[in-house]
Design a protein around this ligand. Structure first.
Ligand SMILES: C[S@@+](CC[C@H](N)C(=O)[O-])C[C@H]1O[C@@H](n2cnc3c(N)ncnc32)[C@H](O)[C@@H]1O
Length: 349
């Protein structure tokens, strides 16, 4: 791969990737970038996942009737078809190189001419696009950029495992507000649910798909002046909307049978509680169930996030629309500020 244009380095930067994808979208040639990314994932996936991914990539990008067929030259196509007879981690290498060179030769050059230099663009550029452009957006994005994500857990949340079966019906459509890259999404998907997350950090979303070798497609939708990138897994039911939770309503996502909220409600500013409740009310089906993992810190000087949520906060925020059931409150955690963790179940009365 040529190093002179900087295209290879460019593709490693999420903010550049995003900007380049938009450029390609306008030209209806985004499938080239998606294919290139899918092959990156393929090369790093486990042996166990490879068979499945081989078929997905072939059917999505290579086959003559593929919905997102890429424009391979004859040599690259023949070589790829040969390699598909005995797939290994190099199956799509020639095709990927072909598409890389195609993008580098043409759209990338025009893109760079257009943008002067994407590499130098402000890494918080996305913030300005968020409707509210709140300070919290800036702070969260910075945390992802500096990998300061101590809230992220490398295992499925034990309280989800404990309550999932009793709270959510089988094959539910479940929403995870402010989802980060939580493994709870994989868990719920493996349980047969249709999983939808919302997150405004592209780093979080791309990390999620990459870390689990999940192939995906991405498209952009506009709703009432807000833009959302929809990242949709191609072979399992996980979709993540990239954008501001407060601007994402049921007119875009549809309604949900269930909501699992770990690190969402407790993460937002207390001044946003009312707006948060409005979104929850909007996206939950009439018989839907909202499972909320919440914290109460006894120290009155505690400054979140996570913020301390009192029983009174719960009533004030959700009481007029929901029936609130406290499923459990755990013993205060002596190792962490005596925090009391509760799991609430909210339903419409
Ligand atoms: C405390 S983390 C929790 C992440 C995830 N639920 C978990 O359990 O790991 C909060 C996440 O919400 C995202 N976020 C904060 N405000 C948001 C908003 N208004 N819209 C979309 N995402 C937001 C942040 O980028 C961050 O990844």
């Amino acid at each position: 791969m040529s190093r002179t244009t900087g295209f290879e380095e460019f593709l490693k930067k999420p903010s550049c990737l995003k900007s380049f994808r938009r450029f390609l979208q306008k030209e209806f040639s985004q499938e080239n970038l998606d294919f290139w990314l899918a092959v990156e994932m393929y090369k790093n996936c486990t042996f166990k996942k490879r068979d499945k991914l081989t078929v997905v990539i072939y059917k999505t990008y290579i086959h003559e009737d593929a919905p997102n067929q890429v424009n391979l030259d004859a040599d690259a196509m023949n070589e790829t078809l040969q390699r598909l007879l005995q797939p290994d981690d190099t199956t799509f290498d020639v095709a990927q190189k072909n598409i890389f060179e195609l993008m580098e030769r043409d759209p990338f050059r025009r893109y760079m001419a257009d943008k002067t230099n994407c590499m130098k663009s402000n890494s918080f550029g996305a913030v300005g696009k968020l409707s509210a452009a709140k300070m919290e957006a800036h702070d969260w994005l910075k945390m992802w950029e500096t990998n300061n994500i101590r809230f992220h857990q490398n295992s499925v949340h034990p309280h989800l495992v404990k309550h999932e079966k009793n709270v959510f019906s089988v094959n539910s459509r479940i929403y995870l507000p402010l989802c980060g890259k939580t493994l709870d999404m994989n868990y719920l998907s493996e349980k047969g649910h249709d999983v939808v997350g919302c997150e405004f950090s592209e780093i979080a979303i791309l990390d999620f798909f990459k870390e689990h070798s999940i192939a995906f497609t991405c498209k952009t939708v506009n709703s009432s002046g807000h833009e959302f990138d929809i990242y949709e897994a191609t072979d399992i039911k996980i979709t993540i909307y990239k954008g501001d939770f407060f601007a994402l309503g049921s007119q875009v996502t549809g309604k949900f049978d269930g909501i699992w909220d770990r690190g969402g409600f407790v993460a937002i500013n207390p001044s946003q509680h009312g707006d948060y409740a409005k979104v929850i009310k909007d996206v939950l089906k009439p018989n839907g169930k909202y499972l909320l993992n919440s914290f109460r810190f006894p120290d009155p000087n505690w400054k979140g996030p996570p913020h301390s949520i009192s029983q009174e906060d719960m009533e004030n925020t959700f009481g007029s629309h929901f029936k609130i059931t406290n499923l459990e409150t755990l013993e205060p955690n002596k190792n962490f500020h005596n925090v009391e963790v509760s799991n609430f179940l909210l339903t419409f009365p």
